[in-house]
Design a protein around this ligand. Structure first.
Ligand code: ADP
Ligand code: MG
Length: 255
């Protein structure tokens, strides 16, 4: 039997005003699974992630997290955005354990999380403005882990850092998911990132006109993870996805 779903998304319709954005979108995530949500800019990736995070309830359908209907942001889900969004008036440790004050057990937990994401416990005393982009994103990941989530929701989390930092952060994400038996839903517009990180890639195609909405296709990535960095992605799968991505970007222009 399959493991019970940690996240169960059943979105029948999401609109902005009269404009349909998502419909008939069904996606479940099991513990330990990494799913990449791939698609061109504007197709509804962030919209879907915000619904999964309990930040947007203006849709029809049902979303459950760990078997319970999701009605608001949950401590069971940690959310990480493209920009670290650290509070400049709090030191690093204070950001990690916000809204708790960085004292006692909260401070100890923040220090342990900083080490887990590859920083030093001492970095907790630094101010956000003194961090590099990669360090700041590590702090954002530590903050996402503070509530001991079962699920990480990441919206283009590594898009703003250099290529080497990006690879390191991708590996950090995979290590954390495994160590904590979490699931992760990662939004990206980068095909190779999707194929490196994911067990499954959900390709979201943009609406082809005002009256239609995004459609989704799911692809399993079966290539062993250990081979992915050195050998590169499964070439046949990459070619199929690339073809669909290119077609979906061109379609609105042709319409
Ligand atoms: N609050 C909003 N009100 C109206 N339209 C929105 C809003 N947020 C996003 N949109 C539109 O919905 C579509 C999907 O947006 P988004 O989910 O951010 O796409 P993606 O993350 O894939 O780039 C885009 O065309 C965007 O302009
Ligand atoms: Mg987006």
């Amino acid at each position: 039997m399959n493991a019970p779903a940690l996240l169960d998304l059943d979105i029948r319709s999401k609109r902005y005003g009269a404009r349909p954005i998502l419909d008939a979108l069904r996606l479940t995530l099991a513990p330990g699974e990494v799913v990449a949500l791939l698609g061109p800019s504007g197709c509804g990736k962030s919209t879907l992630l915000r619904i999964a995070a309990g930040l947007d309830r203006d849709y029809t359908g049902a979303v459950s997290l760990n078997g319970e209907a999701l009605r608001a942001p949950s401590p069971l889900a940690g959310v990480i955005f493209q920009e670290p969004r650290l509070l400049p008036w709090l030191r690093v440790a204070g950001n990690v354990c916000f809204p708790d004050r960085a004292r006692g057990a909260a401070a100890a937990r923040a220090a342990a999380l900083l080490e887990e994401v590859g920083l030093h416990a001492d970095d907790g005393a630094r101010w956000p403005k003194h961090l590099s982009g990669g360090m700041a994103q590590r702090v954002a990941i530590a903050r996402g882990l503070y509530t001991q989530p079962r699920l990480l929701l990441l919206d283009e989390p590594f898009s703003a850092v250099d290529a080497m930092t990006r690879m390191r952060l991708q590996d950090l994400l995979l290590t954390l998911v495994q160590a904590h038996d979490m699931a992760a839903l990662v939004v990206t517009h980068d095909l190779d990132e999707a194929l490196y990180l994911a067990d499954r890639v959900v390709l979201l195609e943009p609406a082809k006109g005002a009256a239609t909405r995004a459609t989704s296709h799911v692809y399993a990535v079966t290539q062993p993870r250990a081979q992915r960095r050195e050998q590169g992605a499964d070439r046949a799968l990459r070619a199929r996805l690339l073809e669909r991505l290119e077609a979906s970007v061109k379609a609105p222009l042709a319409a």
